[in-house]
Every structure is written in C-alpha cells, then in structure tokens.
Design a protein around this ligand. Structure first.
Ligand code: SF4
Length: 206
C-alpha cells in the first residue's frame, strides 16, 4: 500500500525537486535549513536563509565567525531564534569536524532530534533514511496505516516497505509534504484528494 500511495502521489503531483538550495555549499545550506525548519513553516525558513545568503554567510567558517547576536538577528524570521542560533553554532563545529556523520553522532548533538537528523542524512548526505514529520503522521493515521505516533516505529514501517533508495525517499517525503499542504490539511479536503479512493477516512463514503 505504501508503494501504491507513492505512485499515485508522484503521478498526480510530479517530481517535487526538494530540497531547494541556492548557495555554493549545498550540503551545509540543507543542514542549516533542517535546523531552522524545526517548529516552523518553510516560508519562514526561506526568509532566514535569504538573510544569511545575502551576507554570504551560508558557509560554516562564516557562521562561526559572526557573533551569536548577529546570527539571532538574521534567523529571527524562523522563530525560536535564541535556541536555533545556539544549535546552528554547535552543529557547525560538528559539521567541520565530521565530514561523514552517522545518525548516532547527529542524535548526540543537543537540539538535533530524529526528524532533523534524518533530513540532514537524506537530503544533505544522500543516505537512505526515511524522514517522518508531523505531516506523515497526520496523513497515514487518517489513511489507516499507522496506529502509533512513535517516530522510530513509523520510520521502520516505511523503511521495511519501501526500497532503500535515496531518490525515492527524497521524493516520497516531498510528496507527503505536498499532499498535506494541498489536501490533507488540518481540515482535510478529501473530495479532491488523489488518495480518496483508498483512504480509510473516506471509506464509508465509497
Ligand atoms: S482522503 Fe482525506 S484524509 Fe485521506 S489522505 Fe486524502 S485528504 Fe487526507
């Protein structure tokens, strides 16, 4: 079923081209985006990234060079800027010392949880780690495929059923985000959803 969902979504929405990167240091920009997007919407992250980009600061050495105060000011649009500035500084030191980090190493950094670690591994380091976010939990609970909200269990389910392929994992996550934004919103628009014929939530109506 998870494979079928992927095919339907890809067919409806097409490739999403996620993660968007604009600076030279793509890997680093993705990592910083993954930290900035914690508890906030992507359009706020874009504003923060654009502030950093304007000053050519999306480089690890530059981020370590500027003061925490300045960093806070630049990333303010992404919210929780006090915490996030500390996280970014801490992560950046780690990034410079660890060119090929493991999941365990990332999770050991204060402020990096499983979702951030998996986003970094998948999108920046091209490792086949499936990313689970609030959208994934919402859609697949409604859909009737998951009964737990536990990150590790949901991740395992996807990784068991979907071939470990970086390209597919990247695309699948992006398609989930797209579906959640377009149809499976807080208040779902089931009538127009591409999954309506196979979703448990609409089962009674067809
Ligand atoms: S049919 Fe409704 S509940 Fe099911 S995935 Fe689509 S929008 Fe969400």
């Amino acid at each position: 079923m998870l494979k079928k969902v992927y095919e339907i979504l890809l067919n409806r929405f097409g490739p999403q081209g996620w993660w968007p990167v604009y600076s030279k240091n793509k890997k680093y920009e993705i990592c910083i985006g993954a930290i900035l997007t914690q508890n906030t919407a992507w359009n706020n992250v874009e504003k923060a990234l654009s502030n950093l980009r304007k000053d050519n600061l999306l480089e690890p050495k530059e981020i370590l060079r500027i003061s925490e105060k300045k960093l806070k000011r630049l990333i303010k649009p992404a919210g929780f800027f006090n915490q996030k500035a500390k996280r970014i500084k801490r992560f950046t030191k780690f990034f410079l010392d660890n060119p090929d980090p493991t999941r365990e190493e990332l999770l050991a950094i204060k402020g990096i949880g499983p979702e951030t670690a998996d986003s970094i591994l998948l999108y920046a380091f091209n490792k086949p780690e499936f990313v689970i976010d609030a959208y994934t939990k919402r859609i697949f609970s409604r859909f009737g495929l998951i009964k737990t909200q536990k990150y590790s269990k949901i991740k395992l389910l996807f990784e068991k059923r979907i071939k470990k392929d970086v390209k597919i994992y990247k695309e699948y996550h992006a398609l989930i985000v797209k579906l959640a934004k377009e149809y499976c919103r807080k208040k779902p628009i089931c009538e127009r959803c591409p999954l309506k014929n196979i979703c448990k939530k609409t089962e009674s109506s067809h």
